[in-house]
Design a protein around this ligand. Sequence first.
Ligand code: NAP
Length: 457
Amino acid sequence: MEIRITNPATEEILSRYQTMEAGEVYAIAGASHRAFVQWRQMTVAERAPYFVQLAGVLRKYREDWARLITLEMGKTIAESRAEVEKCAWMSEVYAQNAEAWLADEEVEADGLKHRVVYQPLGVILSIMPWNYPFWQALRFAVPGLLAGNTSLLKHASNVTGCALAIEESFRLAGFPENVFRTIVPDYETVGDLIGADVIQGVSLTGSAEVGRHIAAAAGRALKKVVLELGGSDPFIVLDDVDLDFTVQGAVAGRMVAAGQSCIASKRFLVHESVAEEFAALFADRMGQLVTGDPLNEATQVGAIVNESALVELEGQLADAVERGAKILCGGRRREGTGFFFEPTVVMGVTPEMRLAREEVFGPIAPILAVPDDDAAVALANASEFGLGGSVWTRNLERGESIARRVESGTLFVNSFTKSDPRMPFGGIKNSGLGRELSHFGLREFTNIKGLNVYKHG
Ligand code: NAP
């Protein structure tokens, strides 16, 4: 099957690839298993220097890889550079900490010696999305490999060039052959591969719909699975905020990758006493953002990934307008070539509207006014998702108390949601299961083994 990659900013065909035959995929999986048999023998301390080298390679090729990200999926070149740099930093953080994070743990029990040891599982299949082509793939691969596993990457088809560049980065960093491989299979081969003996686990980052499908395949084969799925993060504004500071956070939180981020702020739950003022300032700032050619350094908002994503955004917005919501700025796709959507703020959104119920993957910010803190929490939790979120207030105690009540994998007070290799990342409810990053992510694909020694006789 041919994969044709279209630049979303120009609608030009960038490149074409062929999916691999099943036989080729299985040959690579077999090679990955043979690599695992060697790779697992090394200590974590022996593996760590490879990841420092990987960081160096990512920095060396930062401009090339950033350009490739922008061409394939349309985010601004500044965002793409930051993504590659963040991958390099994460790789260093893991190289520095993995030995301690995977060290044996002693437990007092009734025998002579009781230890918890973390051992690798084998070949792990990762299935990744296009929106952060380097970050998502490496956020799994770096800890997964450091723990002693080997990995196959099946990336989103529209970032196949990035998938091959990631494989090339591991090669250039001097990793043993086949420890990290990219595969380009069709869906049927992916399904079969999950059931094959050579695969010991699956990590998927993507939509809830595909999550259910992959988890079902993993479940049938009784394979370990980690799911990082969609989100509809609340952005809760209390009545005591500095509006200028909060609106800056709202713009940054909503507009990352033109709004196409799982942890973008997607529902603005604003105390009714400040809602009008917040909305006016938010619309003013959003209206000033420069949308356009993502390779242009001055551009602040890049492209939407494809035509069908634009149609989805139009449908979600039309539903809100039909039910009485009011557009304060933007509201349309940009005329001309390329897939662009104007930064949009919508006031008077209510919980039954699609903008409040569904994941909105683009630059639309729905505002829902709330009478008090309890109503904000109730609305924040009235969602199928539970990934991230934020609370904005001068009163840090009040903020933390609300943060503890919101049902999500991560919650921020006075910052929009972001990932950090030192903190766990992941969701609850339909946002997924399992954790990435920090020592939790490092241990996800390990056998947490209890080692018990007793006196003889
Ligand atoms: P997607 O459509 O779910 O695709 C994700 C991956 O699954 C892609 O590699 C895709 O390959 C593959 N896939 C789809 N159907 C498949 C099937 N039947 N069998 C095997 N593989 C299949 O998601 P996306 O559009 O790429 O990414 C956007 C979604 O990811 C959003 O919901 C976003 O919130 C979520 N996301 C979550 C996180 C997180 O950390 N929680 C991070 C980033 C993104 P093809 O491209 O070939 O279809």
